[in-house]
Design a protein around this ligand. Structure first.
Ligand code: ADP
Ligand code: MG
Length: 241
């Protein structure tokens, strides 16, 4: 407990909510506390991710604990792995044609591609099917060359996703883990309607939701709270030199 306090003070971490787990001190902590998949751990080591960053220390255990998360941490602080590690751990194995269980929304194609690349690194050698909803994949789904339900995880921008959802080519009813990255942009006026449409289509009552951003304006915070269940709020301040 005093370790957690010292850690939070040193890295200017604020965590608000009920039933908050202790931060991890290393990725290895996840083995004993959450039975972290060995393959996932070795993939982290292969990618030279040896020590978790502060946002990862806090949000990985909270997410694995089952909490909804609103996380605010500066650009470059490692938010991508903060949501991908628990996602990969929670998904476990491919469930043949069961349907998409993990969904990551990003405001831009470029960012979606980066997230997809990180996800491929983490799932290397694992039996999971990861999709990036590119123009080409969207075309294949529309012409029924590929079935949407073969994917365990899909990474997409809201617009591209909602197009295929509206055509009935992708079903979001089995989504259990939803991540909104750069949530301030996803909830900005230009994306709000599409993001909202995605949320409505993620109708699984057991949906777990995580929201990540470098800045979370008041109105986004309110919107987030209205669609989440007792989220844990994690805030990482800029570390002073
Ligand atoms: P953010 O989304 O917060 O802006 P990113 O997730 O894009 O930050 O991460 C920034 C960079 O830090 C990336 O190059 C990423 O690979 C690297 N990184 C993230 N976590 C770690 C870690 N635990 N150890 C080493 N490098 C990391
Ligand atoms: Mg990011």
């Amino acid at each position: 407990e005093s370790d957690a306090k010292a850690f939070r003070k040193a890295f200017k971490v604020q965590v608000v909510g009920n039933d908050i787990p202790f931060p991890i001190g290393s990725f290895e902590d996840l083995i004993t506390r959450f039975q972290l998949d060995k393959k996932l751990l070795s993939n982290l080591a292969d990618a030279k991710f040896t020590e978790p960053t502060p946002i990862q220390c806090e949000s990985i255990p909270s997410t694995l604990h089952g909490h909804d998360i609103i996380a605010c941490a500066p650009t470059g602080s490692g938010k991508t792995l903060a949501f991908l590690i628990p996602l990969v751990q929670k998904l476990g194995q491919n469930q043949k044609n069961f349907g998409i269980r993990g969904l990551i929304l990003s405001p831009t194609k470029e960012l979606a591609t980066q997230i997809h690349n990180e996800l491929l690194k983490l799932t290397k050698g694992k039996n999971l099917i990861i999709g990036l909803l590119s123009k080409s994949l969207s075309g294949k789904l529309r012409s029924d060359l590929i079935k949407g339900n073969k994917y365990d995880v899909m990474v997409s921008t809201p617009l591209r996703l909602i197009e295929v959802v509206r055509m009935g080519k992708i079903d979001l009813r089995e989504v259990k883990h939803l991540v909104l990255d750069e949530a301030d942009k996803l909830f900005a006026p230009e994306f709000l309607e599409q993001t909202d449409d995605v949320l409505h289509n993620c109708s699984n009552p057991k949906l777990q939701m995580s929201i990540y951003s470098a800045t979370i304006p008041e109105e986004v915070e309110e919107l987030a709270h209205s669609v989440m269940k007792e989220p844990i709020r994690i805030n990482i301040g800029r570390k002073e030199a």
